[in-house]
Ligand binder design. Structure first.
Ligand SMILES: [Zn+2]
Length: 66
């Protein structure tokens, strides 16, 4: 189970959730991480800026279904 406030990495224009911080090579959504420009925490960047596939994989999109 992933933590409530996981590390996120900025790849392109989208933040992706990673399990192992900066050492991760693949995001939770399955995207290979290349050219990551920054890392932060989910609650710092805001859920709305994070890849939906990653949020779903982490079980963090509850209540956001539209
Ligand atoms: Zn993602």
């Amino acid at each position: 189970m992933i933590e409530e406030n996981p590390v996120v990495m900025l790849c392109g224009v989208m933040w992706h959730v990673v399990e192992s911080g900066r050492a991760s090579t693949v995001a939770l959504c399955g995207r290979v991480l290349r050219d990551c420009r920054a890392h932060s925490r989910l609650k710092t960047v805001g859920r709305g800026n994070v890849c939906l596939g990653c949020l779903r994989a982490a079980g963090l999109d509850v209540g956001d279904e539209t």
